[in-house]
Design a binder for this molecule. Structure first.
Ligand code: XUL
Ligand code: CO
Length: 443
């Protein structure tokens, strides 16, 4: 069955000549070479199953508004899962992007027992394998939903009840197997309810030990079955919980270090989660790059006027260019990519709205990549950074970093040479103008 009947197959690249209001890429040209690599290989775009096909357009004040026949009441759950999968793969192929991602329950219904859930998942995964072979679409990452069912209300790995921990372990084992079976490039753990609502009923140290034990078991299992994808933790500061332990890249980094898990996990950074944490997206990417934990991106953004996860399509070239600059400069993605963990607005009820959201977001990323290329080729930002830290490459700076000076010797040397360093400009406005020059001039 075809679902997106109004859309040509696949969406073409039309450049600046793209028809007004029509569906065509204006900037995303998969084969265009950027710094010696194809645009498609730089961006590694993926579509998520969850928000695009499994969410009806509901919010806390109202029911679903979207035209998603497989979500209607009374449809046999496995028949619904098959219809949803057909529509999803039709969409991936028509959009022309290389990857997708899913949670276990997005693709297959939960059964009465864990055994039945596993059988449902296996059946849908085998069907997905056929569709992947037909379309050439690959799995960017798989993940387990450990936050929607009431049993997870008090967390999964951090739940006060070890039986909930064990149930979560069963779900994750099934989904790591499914991801491995489908040749997935990464496996994501988003700790949706691994946090607290009130400290009055919470033992933080106990919960941290539980979470670390869970993450260790997942890493051991990955090696046991020979899964070679990257394990990713997706930081988020809060929502649905008041406080989430994987608050931001730096908290995750510290946690991994504390429990000897560095090297086993990297981060999946979501734009909206970065801003909810009081950081810029640029900051989170730069932190992960600087500390060797950069893995993948969820490209959805928030709305500056409200403080929750609106999961909107990216449309700011300014914001994305800075992140892409750091990503490309740092060597680009390894197994990660740009996943659209995006939601349409509740009023976007036409089937084609899903295409408009993705096409616009992908063009935004493509244009940001061109801005990053232009900034890297010109080299102005790196030259300014080099000049700012140049002293650390000379005698005094080297001696300090090598560790050969103690505090008193350094102090004596400073006094003997009567040093009187002059403050220097950080040149922020100049650098902002440099960035804008690239944003405004690339084509
Ligand atoms: C929730 C979120 C999830 C994760 C996967 O805010 O971003 O979609 O990406 O569980
Ligand atoms: Co996400």
């Amino acid at each position: 069955m075809t679902f997106f009947t109004d859309v040509a197959d696949p969406i073409p690249f039309a450049g600046a000549g793209a028809p007004e209001g029509g569906l065509a890429y204006q900037v995303y040209d998969p084969n265009r070479l950027v710094l010696g690599k194809r645009m498609e290989e730089h961006l590694r775009i993926g579509v998520c199953y969850w928000h695009s096909f499994n969410w009806p357009g509901s919010d806390i004040f109202g029911i679903g508004t979207f035209d998603r026949p497989w979500l209607e009441a009374g449809v046999d759950p496995m028949a619904a899962a098959r219809a949803k999968q057909d529509a999803a793969f039709e969409f991936f192929a028509k959009l022309g992007t290389p990857y997708f991602s899913f949670h276990d329950v997005d693709m297959s219904p939960e059964g009465e027992t864990l055994k039945q859930s596993r059988a449902n998942l296996d059946a849908m995964v085998e069907r997905a394998a056929e569709k992947m072979a037909e379309t050439g679409v690959e799995l960017l990452w798989g993940t387990a939903n450990l936050f929607s069912h009431p049993r997870y209300a008090a967390g999964a790995a951090t739940n006060p009840d070890p039986e909930v921990f064990a149930h979560a372990a069963a779900q994750v084992r099934n989904m790591v197997d499914a991801t491995h079976r489908l040749g997935g490039h990464n496996y994501v753990l988003w700790g949706g309810r691994e946090g607290y609502e009130t400290l009055l009923n919470t033992r933080m140290a106990q919960e941290a030990d539980q979470l670390a034990r869970f993450l260790t078991m997942v890493a051991e299992y990955k090696h046991e079955i020979g899964f070679t994808g990257t394990l990713l933790i997706e930081p988020k500061p809060q929502e649905p919980t008041k406080h989430q332990y994987d608050y931001d890249c730096s908290s995750v980094h510290g946690f991994l270090d504390r429990y000897d898990l560095l090297g086993e996990y990297k981060v999946n950074i979501e734009v909206n989660h970065a801003t909810l944490g009081g950081h810029s997206f640029h900051h989170e990417v730069a932190y992960a790059m600087a500390n060797n934990i950069f893995g993948s991106i969820d490209a959805n953004r928030g709305d500056p006027q409200n403080g929750w996860d609106t999961d909107q399509f990216p449309n700011s070239v300014d914001e994305m260019s800075l992140a892409l600059y750091e990503i490309v400069l740092g060597g680009g993605f390894d197994t990660g990519g740009f996943l659209f963990d995006t939601k349409l607005r509740r009023q976007s009820m036409d089937r084609t709205d899903l295409f408009h959201g993705h096409v616009g977001g992908i063009d935004t990323l493509a244009r940001s990549l061109l801005v990053a290329e232009s900034m890297i080729n010109e080299g102005g930002i790196e030259a300014a950074r080099d000049a700012r830290y140049a002293g650390w490459g000379r005698d005094l700076g080297r001696d300090i970093l090598e560790g050969s000076l103690d505090l008193a010797t350094l102090a004596d040397r400073a006094a003997k040479n009567n040093i009187d360093p002059a403050p220097r400009s950080g040149r922020q406005e100049h650098l902002e103008n440099v960035v804008n020059r690239h944003v405004w001039s690339v084509s």
